[in-house]
Design a protein around this ligand. Structure first.
Ligand code: TYD
Length: 219
């Protein structure tokens, strides 16, 4: 059986990940892979309840962090780890980098504590208890916060994060840049300011470069 593959998608609100996740999912299915498309916070009944709270109830940064990691652990145990063990490809809309970017860089929560919580929440799940489960590849949709905000304003009613001022998203974007610089082998930066077709091509190329789909798949 092929080994499982864990891909996460990150970026500030309005970066336009969703349609590209759908397109990549189709390319991977066409390549014959079992596909699990999921999201954070969320992905299990418990984690979806925690998502509702995180996005809509007012709370401090530590409470956000605790809810995000509680949701993540449930999601890892019940969905992501079993899927990877079966050899599936997991496409996850946001993962722990979002906690570093939003709660860490955005809210100013201690990054050292986040690293400790990352280890605590993401180990003792797989067969090797010391293995910290994290994405094999993170596609980071990078675009200027002002451009993302303009795209968002046309969309539906904002949640607690989408309603933040531009300066917040400036910090979140920097938080992603710092995480990418710290893990260059895992991150691929997608220039999300380009036209949709070219963004899609960058996504497919990044996955093809890892050998998970054929070079020409999807065009
Ligand atoms: P998002 O993934 O953008 O979903 P949708 O497209 O439905 O709006 O929304 C999730 C929001 O939660 C987003 O604003 C980022 C935020 N978030 C955190 O603050 N911390 C986290 O750990 C995660 C996973 C998300």
């Amino acid at each position: 059986m092929k080994p499982g593959v864990f891909i996460s998608f990150e970026g500030i609100d309005g970066a336009g990940k969703s349609s590209h996740i759908d397109r990549l999912a189709q390319a991977l299915r066409d390549a014959g892979r079992e596909l699990v498309r999921t999201r954070e916070p969320g992905g299990t009944p418990l984690a979806e309840k925690l998502r509702e709270l995180l996005l809509h109830e007012s709370m401090d940064a530590l409470t956000e962090v605790l809810l995000a990691f509680a949701a993540r652990r449930d999601h890892l145990r019940l969905v992501i780890a079993p899927a990877l063990a079966r050899g599936a490809v997991v496409l996850c809309d946001r993962f722990t980098d979002a906690t570093f970017a939003y709660q860490g860089a955005g809210r100013g929560f201690d990054l050292g504590v986040l690293s400790q919580m990352e280890r605590l929440a993401q180990t003792h799940i797989a067969e090797n208890p010391d293995l910290m489960l994290e994405p094999d590849l993170t596609l980071w949709f990078d675009l200027p916060p002002a451009v993302a905000a303009a795209r968002l304003s046309a969309a539906r009613a904002p949640d607690r994060f989408e309603a933040q001022p531009l300066a917040f998203f400036g910090r979140v974007a920097q938080g992603y840049a710092d995480r990418a610089a710290a893990a260059p082998a895992r991150f691929v930066r997608i220039d999300a300011a380009q036209p949709r077709e070219q963004v899609g091509a960058q996504v497919l190329a990044a996955v093809a470069a890892r050998g998970w789909i054929a070079e020409a798949a999807g065009g």
